[in-house]
Ligand binder design. Structure first.
Ligand SMILES: Cc1ncc(COP(=O)(O)O)c(C=O)c1O
Ligand SMILES: [Zn+2]
Length: 410
């Protein structure tokens, strides 16, 4: 491959003959993509930082796409990194920064992955992209497929609320509702269908797709102008974000472009926290759990089989940790983020804020530490999570007197 892009099994080192094979034939592990970055120089870094292209594609040299002509972009990347002074004051973390990924094109971090994923899919000549998802991934795959000129198919289990799949449908996806449960029956059918129809698989088992989230690391280095966060906290489901961010930082370390990397933190819901459990038990791989109901719907994953083990390794190598949060803690964090920082994050995304708060209370995060919380999905993705009483929105008489009374009560 011309640009030094290769696939390799991270366990046994086996390399496949084709770019369309995603699993190691020997040990079934998901293959890892390596992009040869060693020849990049400081001048290249300067060029990338100075580029007028503010999408993730200004870091083109770090992504596994052969030809710039294959790029599928909706303007993703360079999302605001905001110093959240008021929220930081409340959490006793004056150097708190929020990476606002709620403003990505389809409203979640999945756009970082799918911009890269669909660019490769297009380059490899696929005509249909597929995913099984009830939320953010479905919307993102559908949007990037539309932009790439690929058809998209989304598999969801029976009972999925139409509000969850409407966004994908709006981007032209064919949504197929399956009479079966998500983790086993839908998953089994999905796997068989990808084989049968030759669809481009856009799950996190697609190693190209996973590379997209390396852009977090690059953007932090750029936006903090060389300062390195002490902590980066990421809402975690499959583990892609943790694993890919760490990979991005390691690339920059290996090039000598940074001197140290942050400690990474995985924030999970207590109801689905296999990475936290494995981290605390000192395990090298996750033990799957049955995910319980949680308000953090987008990260309700009990079996992050693809990348869980690599995320664990990244947490440990970085000197970071993993934290589980209750629904109450998550909803409170969501409210604080909205009311003190002006960002409406979905509950799953607010786990990073809840985790920062908890780690600060425990004294793990120090007062002067520079902390970045990734806000990975927009609150409008799940408006029903906001709890309010009927009374709160009960109409008042159109008089100043009634208004005065209402304001007084509020
Ligand atoms: C809003 C949101 N945050 C975070 C994640 C984290 O995913 P990962 O652990 O794969 O980075 C997801 C995806 O599942 C998500 O939808
Ligand atoms: Zn292998």
């Amino acid at each position: 491959m011309g640009r030094g892009i290769s696939l390799r099994c991270p366990s046994c080192g086996e390399s496949p003959a084709s770019r369309t094979v995603f699993h190691c034939v020997r040990c079934k592990r998901i293959l890892e993509v390596n992009v040869e970055v060693a020849r990049l120089t400081r001048a290249d870094l300067r060029t990338m930082r100075d580029s007028r292209d503010h999408t993730i594609w200004r870091w083109f040299e770090c992504f596994p796409v052969e030809d710039r002509g294959s790029i599928v972009s909706l303007g993703e990347g360079s999302t605001p990194l905001i110093h959240a002074a008021r929220l930081g004051e409340r959490l006793h973390i004056p150097n708190l920064y929020l990476k606002n990924d709620t403003v990505l094109p389809t409203g979640s971090l999945k756009d970082r992955s799918n911009s890269v994923g669909l660019s490769v899919g297009k380059e490899l000549g696929f005509t249909t992209a597929a995913v099984m998802s009830t939320g953010n991934a479905a919307a993102s795959v559908a949007a990037y497929s539309a932009a790439a000129g690929l058809k998209s198919v989304v598999l969801v289990p029976k009972g999925t609320a139409s509000s969850k799949i409407i966004q994908a449908r709006a981007y032209g996806a064919t949504v197929i509702v399956v009479d079966g449960d998500f983790d086993y029956e839908v998953a089994r059918l999905y796997k068989a269908a990808v084989q049968e129809f030759g669809w481009y698989d856009c799950l996190s088992s697609n190693p190209y797709r996973d590379e997209g989230k390396k852009s977090y690391a690059y953007e932090f280095v750029d936006q903090l102008d060389g300062r390195i966060p002490d902590w980066v906290i990421h809402p975690t489901a499959g583990g892609t974000g943790i694993y890919a961010m760490w990979k991005g930082f390691k690339e920059f370390l290996s090039l000598g472009w940074i001197e140290r990397a942050p400690k990474l933190v995985a924030a999970q819901s207590e109801a689905a926290a296999p990475i936290v459990a494995a981290f605390e038990k000192g395990l090298a791989d996750i033990e799957p759990v049955i995910a319980r109901e949680t308000v953090a719907e987008s990260i309700q994953v009990g079996n992050p089989v693809s990348l869980g083990w690599r995320a664990l390794a990244a947490l440990r190598e970085s000197g970071g940790t993993a934290v589980a949060l209750s629904d109450e803690e998550i909803l409170e964090a969501q409210f604080l983020t909205g009311s003190l920082a002006g960002i409406f994050a979905e509950p799953a995304a607010a786990t990073s804020i809840a985790a920062a708060r908890k780690l600060r209370e425990r004294g793990v995060i120090g007062r002067d530490d520079l902390v970045v919380c990734n806000l990975t999905g927009h609150g409008l993705k799940q408006p029903e999570a906001i709890r309010f009483s009927e009374k709160e929105f009960a109409p008042i008489a159109p008089t100043l007197e009634a208004l005065r009374e209402q304001i007084r009560r509020a």
